[in-house]
Design a protein around this ligand. Sequence first.
Ligand SMILES: Cc1ncc(C[n+]2csc(CCOP(=O)(O)OP(=O)(O)O)c2C)c(N)n1
Ligand SMILES: CC(=O)[C@@H](O)[C@H](O)COP(=O)(O)O
Ligand SMILES: [Mg+2]
Length: 624
Amino acid sequence: MSTFGRLLSSIKGPEDIKNMTFRQLDDLCAEIRRELIGTVSHNGGHLASNLGVVELSVALHKVFCSPHDQIVWDVGHQCYTHKLLTGRYQEFFSLRQENGLSGFCRPEESEHDSFVSGHSSTSISAAFGLAKAKELMGDDSYTIAVIGDGALTGGLAYEAINNAGRSKSKLIVILNDNKMSISRNVGSIARHLAGIRSKPAYFRLKSRVEKAILKLPKAGVKIENGIIKMKAGLKNVLYGNTIFENMGFAYVGPVDGHNLRVLCDVLESSKEIHRPVLLHVCTVKGKGYIFAEENPKAFHGTSGFNIGTGNTEHADYSFSKRFGTSLCTMARTDTRICAITAAMASGVGLNEFAHQYRNRFFDVGIAEQHAITFASGLAKNGLLPAFAVYSTFLQRGYDQIIHDAALQNLKIVLAIDRAGLVGEDGETHQGVFDASFLHTIPNITILAPSSYDELDSMLKDAFYHYKGVVALRYPRGEQGFIPQDYHSQKQSYTFYGDPDAPNLIVTFGRLFSEACLARDILNKNGKAVCILKLNVVKPMDPSVFDKVKNFSSVFFYEEGMQEGGIGQSFGFQLYQVGFKGKFSLHALPDQFIPQSTVASALTHFGLDAQAMAASVLQGEKTVE
Ligand SMILES: Cc1ncc(C[n+]2csc(CCOP(=O)(O)OP(=O)(O)O)c2C)c(N)n1
Ligand SMILES: CC(=O)[C@@H](O)[C@H](O)COP(=O)(O)O
Ligand SMILES: [Mg+2]
């Protein structure tokens, strides 16, 4: 009988691997990889990043004592092995599903998840804060941040290194260098890391050096007064100084991140350095699954796939792709048009643009703040930049939008992808705040296409019709249901349906499709309804209110936060013009929205067609 899987299923917590032999741990890593591939092939998830850190995760839990020693995973998309080792094997089948395990670190899920994660480059700041707090409370445990080379392109990481570098904290930063962000990693830091990895002298001496180092006690790290004497001397010959040493960290590495014995030795050694350490670990993204190793970009975040063929199940077309195509078309005739991404070229549909217009394409790394100020600079000197960004990551650049772009009334286009609910990534990734946080800023126009055709025409308007910052927001995935007799118009709003009906559904973006489906349901029930679709969400065209005033019941639906959202503002303005009917607002409540399919969340929060139809049928209480 096969015993494969026995080791993993026997693990109730990290203490269960402490006494395993390296041979057993090697077997455990194989079992973990099989589990990762099996589960992600069903549920989707961040496969390649997780396959790359199996040995690192095992080594960390062998050497350190979580949760006392705290591990902070940057982004957290690579924490699946950590979950399997910290008592969550039995629930792992529910990964990323409604009410299931999160695909990121969630302190409420486990005491071993020391800090919430999802957005990039936070780990060193968080870990330094955790470490300082423990120090002040007389707790001498370790704090470990695990950060990828992609996440290291985010400015927050350097703010943290700058701050921590002069401390004596028991902070160990593990740099997981796989040369990849989602796409190939970019920028000077990627080049610096490549330099460290690839100095010819290093390769020539590599095996000799490793042997020499391993022969010495504690993996060759000879420590005097907290300084790694021998290693520093040796390394200086080989590489010169690293940026990390220049910023006050002890640098250890680079080491093979798939060699458990070396990893455990080096981690043990790092414990004895009484100041912040940066341990540079080299891994292969996708390690152990041929399709992911060959195409780590496709398996960074994947939908379900066939294990045997590596074929994924996802829709071929999306708003993102349409945006990319449309931008390419416009860039052909207007050489001022440029595209910016913060390390999300594939996700936002810019691969083709990058290919066709290399000089006008900028992947700035995971640096949303910089992207916006950089775009503002381009705009100031006459170019037409579009920054394509997920709604959730745009949150990073709030002040830059206000201070660097809007205040100067600069024409930058914010192509806001994943606006609205995103599904399985859950709380950290929902795009439910942008409409609320943008519509209070002067000099901004917010456009909300509901179809691919509208995206095309609004993108054109964004560049050539409106002044100042233009935010064009569209959802994750495909266009929804658009009735054949609906024709996009260039006005700031469109009425569709029976203009004499007493009931009016008002909405924008993706929910227009739900409203059209609701109208069909209502018509079948003999109830007439009209729909008002807002094309320009901000500034609101004042002429709309005199028209809306004539309906007796107005139902506003918004796939975003109710508090401070578009609907609240709309309702207020409607009452200002003397509306006497009923106004009811349906939007997301004041809570973080958990993971589930988008369809399920729309149903849960009363934003789908059935809920809309039911509300109209039942009538609603007036919201004062
Ligand atoms: C602020 C922010 N911007 C963008 C992302 C999207 N994102 C998630 S993982 C990732 C790449 C991270 O690369 P790296 O840290 O090297 O991890 P790897 O997947 O290579 O292990 C990006 C761009 C994010 N999570 N947060
Ligand atoms: C971890 C992360 O932030 C990204 O990988 C994100 O999960 C991508 O989401 P999409 O699947 O919507 O592109
Ligand atoms: Mg990486």
